[in-house]
Design a protein around this ligand. Structure first.
Ligand SMILES: *Cc1c(COP(=O)(O)O)cnc(C)c1O
Length: 398
């Protein structure tokens, strides 16, 4: 089949047979390398979205590819009735990185959230708590029923009845924290940097107060690091910027270098809420996923992609600011490392679509915020290429 037919057929079949839930870009991708992807017709795109903050080590990093190939030839999936070396090695590595002793492996961000929420509920049950799991407005935690109950109302619409026992309070509002957290509260949950919600960072003061209040009222402090973790913001985990240690974190996205894997990390206090048989998964933590993840995490550490994220993020923001000085397109630039939100004074969707025509992949969230979460291995030349296209497109739409 010629490339144009492959492209069209894949799109036609999707329209006919996939659940009608994704508004996709009109591109059929064939391959990727670093911060670049190619469609079947050979068009090259600069990927500032990175599989939605997944490919922190870039598309098809050689270390990740090799780990998957090697492991696939040995053992792909034995179930959690057995021990495997990749799973145990990854558990130890993540425990060292997070400072939280215990891990549960699953296959996605939302499964990590679901597991963490079950740990929290069991902890609450064990302590006879009658209160809520409290989260922060505009948060996003995935698409299971419990995760949408925890997150922003947009994703709850049409799915009533929404599970009870969850409550959201205003963002970065210390007084609201103080008013809501009491002895009945089971847990407080937030993203250290909100991703889907428009790249908003909670303040260090807010996190520190949350830690104090959770300690005072014997509630669990839980950070959703699914998007901001794994080196993206310049530290391995987002919470490290503020030195506030949580009781649990959820991670996924960048954890597997593109391979699906998620994890909950918990300290002993949270982890001991569970007994044998309280939770489980068939695929979670299988050696293929864990081998891919070990390679991805070690690459982030060995190639010091955290420092690169900080330096490249600073460079990108500086270039955008310089090239748009004196214009009135940009309302705010937020974020840390290579987790950047550029809020415009006008809708971002046309900007994203126009950039796509100039072979740059990006994304808009909260209508007006361009979300940039490129691979941490992006080059400076590629950042320049993005800035040129972005500024050019803003000039047309601003
Ligand atoms: C993407 C995301 C999730 C859900 O992860 P999935 O792998 O899509 O289930 C949860 N929390 C945050 C902060 C996310 O960005």
């Amino acid at each position: 089949m010629n490339p144009a037919d492959i492209t069209k057929q894949a799109q036609d079949i999707e329209h006919e047979h996939h659940l009608p839930i994704y508004r996709r870009y009109p591109i059929t991708l064939e391959k990727g390398k670093g911060a670049l992807v190619w469609d079947y017709e050979g068009n090259e795109y600069l990927d500032m979205l990175a599989g939605i903050a997944v490919n922190n080590t870039g598309h098809c990093h050689p270390n990740v590819v090799k780990a998957i190939k090697d492991q696939a030839e040995k053992l792909i999936h034995p179930s959690n009735f057995f021990y495997t070396k990749p799973q145990s090695d990854l558990a130890k590595l993540l425990s060292d990185l997070s400072g939280l002793e215990r891990v549960f492996f699953c296959n996605s961000g939302v499964e990590a959230l679901e597991a963490a929420l079950k740990i929290a509920r069991k902890y609450g049950n064990n302590h006879n708590k009658k209160g809520d799991i409290i989260a922060v407005e505009r948060g996003f935690h995935g698409r299971s029923l419990a995760a949408i109950a925890l997150g922003k109302p947009k994703y709850q619409k049409g799915f009533a009845p929404i599970p009870s026992g969850f409550k959201t309070i205003p963002f970065n509002d210390i007084e609201a924290l103080e008013n809501e957290i009491n002895d009945e509260t089971i847990a407080f949950a937030c993203e250290p940097i909100q991703g889907e919600g428009g790249i908003h960072e909670v303040s260090g003061d807010y996190l520190r107060r949350a830690r104090e209040l959770c300690d005072k009222h014997n509630a669990l402090l839980f950070f959703d690091e699914v998007q901001c973790g794994n080196g993206r913001t310049g530290k391995y985990f987002g919470f490290e910027h503020h030195g506030v240690k949580p009781d649990m974190i959820a991670t996924a996205k960048g954890l597997g270098g593109g391979f699906p894997i998620g994890a909950v990390m918990a300290n002993e206090k949270a982890a001991q809420a569970l007994d044998y048989g309280d939770h489980g998964t068939t695929y979670g933590g299988n050696p293929l996923a864990c081998a891919a993840s070990l390679a991805a995490v070690r690459t982030i550490l060995d190639e010091d992609l955290m420092t690169q994220a900080t330096e490249k993020g600073t460079y990108l923001v500086k270039q955008v600011k310089e090239k748009t000085a004196g214009t009135d397109y940009i309302k705010d630039i937020r974020g840390k490392g290579l987790m950047i939100g550029i809020e415009l004074y006008f809708p971002g969707k046309p900007v994203v679509m126009e950039m796509l025509e100039q072979f740059v992949i990006s994304n808009v969230t909260m209508d007006t915020t361009i979300r940039l979460v490129p691979p941490l291995v992006i080059t400076y030349d590629q950042i320049d290429r993005f800035v040129d296209v972005f500024v050019n497109v803003l000039e047309k739409h601003g």
